[in-house]
Design a protein around this ligand. Structure first.
Ligand SMILES: [Zn+2]
Length: 332
């Protein structure tokens, strides 16, 4: 089964590049730039007491990320790991405000990531696209400024979509409805995080659908508490990007039952990594964890893999060819 999972063609849709900053690399960057050993390195992979606790470690480790070359190395290392995990296509998150707020240029961040994407493509994969996340615990004005900074890169086709991450408490989707409308008008695809175990989860999910008009929701498993919401997510074919090992490290449960329930209800749910350097596993590891917990069959695993390609922002033709590759691997 492990070999089947490793070789299953996979699409990664919920992966924060900064969340792939393994402790050794964080130390190396800090040493290179003399920014001091990052705090909280010993806490990973590990257990966090919720989202805010994790975010403190996440931001503390980033201070060594300074130059275009650093972002190139970070992204290249991840893409090499992703290839070994059976990822053939990925839409990757990055958090520009976490860097520009420290005085790192937007161009250094995006150019380093882009160069690594190109090199991976030239070496045979995986193919990737980029999603710029706004930090929801920063003011809307900062998101507006970041959107403006991104537009030249949007024009070059370097950034495909926008997302929303960081601390959800007190930062509902509606706070960002205006900047997301502007992003859509600029040609961006739209997704937003609705993390597990948050206050007002259902209200936030409805806002994603009715106020923002997102095409995907990152996490989003709390929708099961509202039958009409779940049906609406299924009807609109909105992808939910579940991250089992993230759920385990933050909330003490893989939420594997929610994944199987969503599959049974016809929701386009899929499995992803979130911040693997913190949560102890990349995408194939997440598939394995859910398979072991729920006894999923090869056919269930193939369906989860296909859901991710169907929820991706690939062209219809490329989606079809990846779906055929999954079928071929799983003998369907
Ligand atoms: Zn995430």
């Amino acid at each position: 089964m492990d070999d089947f999972i490793r070789r299953l063609p996979k699409c990664e849709l919920h992966l924060h590049l900064e969340g792939t900053l393994e402790p050794a690399m964080a130390s190396a960057f800090a040493g290179r730039h003399g920014t001091g050993e990052p705090d909280l390195l010993e806490a990973r992979p590990g257990t966090f007491s919720g989202l805010s606790d994790f975010l403190a470690a996440y931001y503390a480790a980033m201070k060594g990320l300074q130059t275009e070359a650093d972002f190139y190395e970070l992204t290249s290392a991840y893409l090499e790991t992703a290839r070994h995990q059976g990822v053939v296509y990925a839409e990757l998150f990055f958090d520009p405000q976490a860097h520009t707020a420290r005085g790192v240029g937007f161009d250094a961040v995006v150019s380093g990531i882009h160069r690594a994407q190109q090199d991976a493509r030239d070496r045979g994969g995986p193919d990737t696209a980029l999603i710029m996340c706004f930090l929801r615990d920063e003011p809307v004005s900062s998101a507006v400024e970041t959107l403006a900074q991104s537009l030249p890169y949007r024009a070059r086709g370097w950034i495909l979509g926008v997302g929303l991450d960081s601390d959800e408490r007190g930062n509902p989707p509606e706070k960002f409805a205006g900047v997301f409308a502007d992003a859509r008008a600029a040609g961006y695809r739209l997704t937003m995080h609705c993390d597990p175990r948050q206050d007002d989860s259902l209200a936030h999910l409805w806002q994603c659908l009715d106020l923002v008009g997102v095409e995907r929701i990152d996490h989003g498993l709390e929708c099961l508490a509202d039958t009409r919401l779940t049906e609406e997510i299924a009807r609109r074919r909105i992808g939910l990007t579940a991250c089992p090992l993230s759920n385990l490290r933050l909330y003490g449960t893989l939420m594997a039952d929610a994944v199987t329930e969503l599959l049974a209800r016809g929701v386009l749910v899929s499995l992803h990594s979130d911040d693997p350097a913190y949560f102890g596993g990349y995408i194939a590891d997440n598939f394995e964890a859910v398979q072991e917990a729920s006894g999923l069959t090869r056919s269930d695993l193939a369906r989860l893999a296909k859901n991710a390609f169907s929820a991706s922002w690939l062209t219809a033709g490329r989606t079809r060819s990846y779906l055929a590759a999954v079928d071929e691997h799983s003998g369907a």
